[in-house]
Design a protein around this ligand. Structure first.
Ligand code: BG6
Length: 488
């Protein structure tokens, strides 16, 4: 099955950092279908060879194990071509169509790794030159708009030229092996399902912490912020995976229908919950890994007085029979104490205590997403201190844990998120992509938060780089009598 993959933004940051390395890994693993072409699109005046040289220089910055030998790169480079385009110029799409029409590949993938402001124009223009064919698949990178209205406008423009089944909205978290393991844990095993409900679960915490700052994306990030960059998409997708009902099968729409129901069931915001249950922060200068790092406002590209949040913590509930009353805490931020994405499921305490147990110790399932990929099950057991225990009238229990490390078990060389997602696009598998109604629902839900912040002169709370965010985040969760997992 031959394919042509047109990469709009072919010299951009995403192509450079993620897509080219992923395509190379797929090539190396022999998973890219034979007879493919990858056409990078950009404004620069580059020959195919100059583009290949540019991409090759990228590999000087990847791990040694993922670096091609000169011979390997030469074979991969034969797939790469460059098309110079100004995306606002209709004539340039005619040239693109001519380049693509030199042959009829079975699948034509259009990957929009560009600023979202260009999405509508590109869709209209590819239709104008007749490239919206049944074989066409369109890949859209986030952010898809900056609020519900802009998201709808993009989706409407896309739907005018292509069928929903031809549209692949990327949320790269869904491509991570650890996130697929989350689906496997819930829907490939019967063990936890009877416990996966309000009767047995006290609260769930979803943390996506990054130690990195905004790197070279200061200007983009400053107009985006953590809520749009991480919560509206990645964190809510994780919430869906944790909270959804078992789908009737593993097909894309069965899974997406269930995720949509979770998003629709999220408790509506009130002025009170917006004030109490949503915390925004912004990092100030601090120390990470022993090195001093600047505050957000001193990062290149960031406005000096900016009110953009680099941290969000919030509390929500899924208002349905399974989850009513169970708090879901979501937290994400830049320049936090470490890179750590995990979901912590805290089970309820025993209904009646016949042993002594350390304060607050409960059964807990920790799903590590990154950097570690694995599961920990925290239990209580009679520890080593048996002599004293033996004499005591009430025995004491100590926390212990079962620890499953998927990297050790399956090897770290598993298919990466972008590699998996790119192969899925080429194969036409939609399971790990987001449907327009899911995305709109997520925007609808974050809308009141954005509005409330807009009207709030106080701005984000400061937190020192290298910490776990503003103290208000701990205070929010403490109000329910709980604490973030690293605190207890
Ligand atoms: C991206 C965000 O979607 O996800 C970035 O735009 C963030 O700001 C990144 O750093 C995190 O992805 P990962 O895979 O490194 O956790």
């Amino acid at each position: 099955m031959s394919f042509d993959l047109v990469l709009f933004g072919g010299t951009g940051d995403l192509a450079w950092r993620k897509l080219m390395p992923a395509l190379f890994q797929a090539f190396r693993h022999g998973s890219l279908p034979e007879g493919g072409r990858i056409l990078g699109v950009g404004r620069d005046d580059l020959s195919d060879d100059a583009y290949r040289a540019l991409i090759q220089s990228r590999f000087d910055h990847v791990d040694l194990a993922k670096r091609p030998s000169p011979d390997e790169f030469a074979r991969f480079a034969a797939l790469l071509h460059f098309v110079r385009m100004d995306l606002s110029q209709p004539a340039d799409y005619t040239r693109l169509a001519a380049a693509l029409n030199t042959r009829q590949a079975d699948t034509l993938v259009m990957y929009l790794a560009t600023a979202p402001a260009l999405f509508t124009t590109v869709c209209e223009q590819i239709a104008a030159v007749g490239l919206n064919q049944p074989r066409t698949r369109l890949v859209l990178e986030k952010p898809l708009g900056h609020d519900l209205a802009s998201n709808r406008a993009i989706n409407a423009a896309v739907c005018r030229v292509l069928d929903e089944r031809q549209v692949f909205r990327i949320d790269h978290y869904l491509g991570k092996p650890s996130v697929q393991n989350l689906f496997a844990l819930r829907f490939g095993n019967a063990l936890f399902e009877p416990l996966w409900r309000r009767e047995h679960i006290a609260n769930i915490q979803i943390t996506i912490a990054e130690d990195l700052g905004v790197e070279k994306r200061g200007a983009f990030y400053d107009s985006t912020g953590a809520l749009r960059d991480m919560v509206q998409n990645h964190a809510l997708q994780l919430l869906c995976a944790i909270g959804m009902e078992p789908p009737i099968n593993a097909h894309a729409d069965a899974i997406r229908d269930e995720k949509l129901k979770v998003l629709r069931s999220l408790k509506a915001w009130t002025p009170q919950s917006l004030a109490q249950d949503v915390i925004r922060g912004q990092y100030t200068a601090g120390t990470l890994g022993g090195a001093a790092v600047p505050g957000y406002r001193d990062e290149p590209g960031v406005q000096p007085q900016t009110a953009t949040e680099t941290f969000v913590a919030l509390r929500t509930e899924i208002a349905n029979w399974r989850w009513a009353g169970v708090p879901f805490y979501l937290r994400t931020g830049k320049r936090l104490a470490g890179r750590d994405a995990r979901i912590v499921v805290n089970f309820r305490a025993t209904p009646h205590a016949i042993f002594n147990a350390p304060n607050g110790a409960v059964n807990r399932l920790v799903i590590h997403l990154q950097p570690k990929d694995g599961l920990e099950l925290h239990l209580l057991a009679q520890g080593a201190d048996t002599r004293r225990n033996h004499q005591a009238r009430v025995q004491s229990l100590s926390p212990v844990q079962l620890d499953l490390d998927f990297d050790t078990r399956f090897g770290v060389e598993r298919v990466g998120a972008y590699e998996r997602l790119l192969l899925d696009v080429i194969d036409g598998r939609l399971n790990l992509f987001v449907r327009s109604d899911e995305q709109e629902e997520a925007w609808r839900w974050v809308g009141p938060i954005l509005d409330a912040w807009h009207a709030d002169p106080n701005g984000p709370r400061p937190y020192a780089a290298g910490s776990w965010g503003p103290s208000a985040s701990s205070a929010m969760i403490a109000r329910d009598g709980y604490c973030w997992s690293e605190e207890c």
